[in-house]
Design a protein around this ligand. Structure first.
Ligand code: PSU
Ligand code: MN
Length: 318
């Protein structure tokens, strides 16, 4: 263990196992980008999932930051994984999907777990990492007025101080209600380089973004100001999929509606809904949605590395 020059609150929690390069980068105040693992185990088919995971780590490195993919292995919260460990997450048949509520159980039973946006945020914060890159955020599910199915990603954004870079919210969810809940929870939703809130596969959603920023430096300044004021919680940075990789609403909308209808017919419930929908949309699109998904994660990784660098330059040191 290295001694840290920074203040005690930025010391990684002792229950976490940090990869040496991640521990060194954090101790030196160098930029680090957290990456989630549910996208690997429950979000994409093998072997594209593990190829994506490796490639995204390389993009973060090329952008001048240290990648830290987060997961639970044998009950231990790991911050930064080896290539073999990424492969294990992508292939092992018993990897639990771990949101916040699942963390104590998967750790107590010493299982493997892939972390969602919510639990990745929390573990990143416990490690002292402030920037996290994912594909899509969870949110308010369609029909939540009766099912009450609202992702813990939203409550986590309201209380954990991490900036989350995503390509917005898929229209498997109710995008309008998701934006309303984030407003209620005090979560800044700031869109990078465009006025319309993006819907993951598409640059459009029919909703305008609550805020817009065109520079990583300005986003980093938002982070610094929010936390300096003592405003708890994260920032949702949305990064529209590059235009050349986009699937328009016309191309994807009907497939999403079909997948949502099938999940209801089959009685899929709770934590299984999102993985079911993601898998079904890949099938229904003949794999095309997977190319878009991978392209947007790459783009998010580039922005996340730039944001981590910009934040490292303005972050309080004590
Ligand atoms: N949305 C996507 N891709 C994903 C997920 C959501 O477009 O991979 C994953 C993320 O890990 C997210 C989780 O945190 O699903 C949300 O699951 P739930 O709706 O059960 O909270
Ligand atoms: Mn849910």
């Amino acid at each position: 263990m290295k001694t840290q020059p920074a203040a005690p609150q930025s010391m990684p929690h002792p229950a976490l196992a940090l990869a040496p390069e991640v521990a060194e980068a954090l101790a030196a105040g160098r930029p680090v980008v957290a990456l989630e693992s549910t996208i690997i185990s429950h979000g994409m088919p093998y072997p594209r999932n593990v190829e994506m995971a490796r490639e995204v780590e390389q993009i973060v490195r090329d952008g001048g930051a240290t990648p830290a993919t987060i997961a639970i292995l044998d009950g231990v919260a790991r911050i930064g994984l080896s290539a073999d460990e990424l492969e294990l997450l992508a292939t092992h048949e018993d990897v639990a999907k771990v949101s916040i509520r699942d963390l104590p159980h998967v750790m107590a039973t010493k299982r493997h777990g892939a972390t969602t946006v919510a639990s990745t945020m929390r573990l990143a914060a416990l490690a002292g990492i402030k920037v996290f890159v994912t594909g899509g955020l969870g949110g308010v599910h369609r029909g939540a007025e009766s099912s009450m199915d609202i992702s813990a990603d939203l409550t986590e954004l309201s209380q954990t101080d991490v900036a989350v870079v995503s390509a917005g919210v898929k229209s498997i969810l109710d995008i309008g209600r998701t934006l309303e809940v984030m407003e209620t929870l005090g979560v800044p939703v700031v869109n990078f380089g465009a006025d319309e809130f993006p819907s993951f596969y598409s640059r459009s959603s029919g909703y305008s973004a609550p805020m817009r920023s065109d520079s990583p430096e300005e986003l980093a300044e938002m982070m610094r100001i929010k936390w300096d004021l003592g405003l708890k919680g994260g920032i949702s940075v949305t990064n529209p999929v590059p235009a050349e990789d986009e699937m328009t609403q016309d191309e994807i909308g009907a497939l999403i509606d079909q997948a949502v209808a099938e999940s209801a017919e089959r009685g899929i419930l709770g934590k299984d809904i999102t993985p079911f929908l993601l898998g079904r949309i890949v099938e229904l699109s003949g794999g095309r949605s997977l190319d878009t998904n991978i392209a947007l994660v790459r783009s998010n990784a580039r922005l996340g590395a730039a944001l981590a660098k910009a934040y490292a330059a303005v972050a309080p040191t004590a």
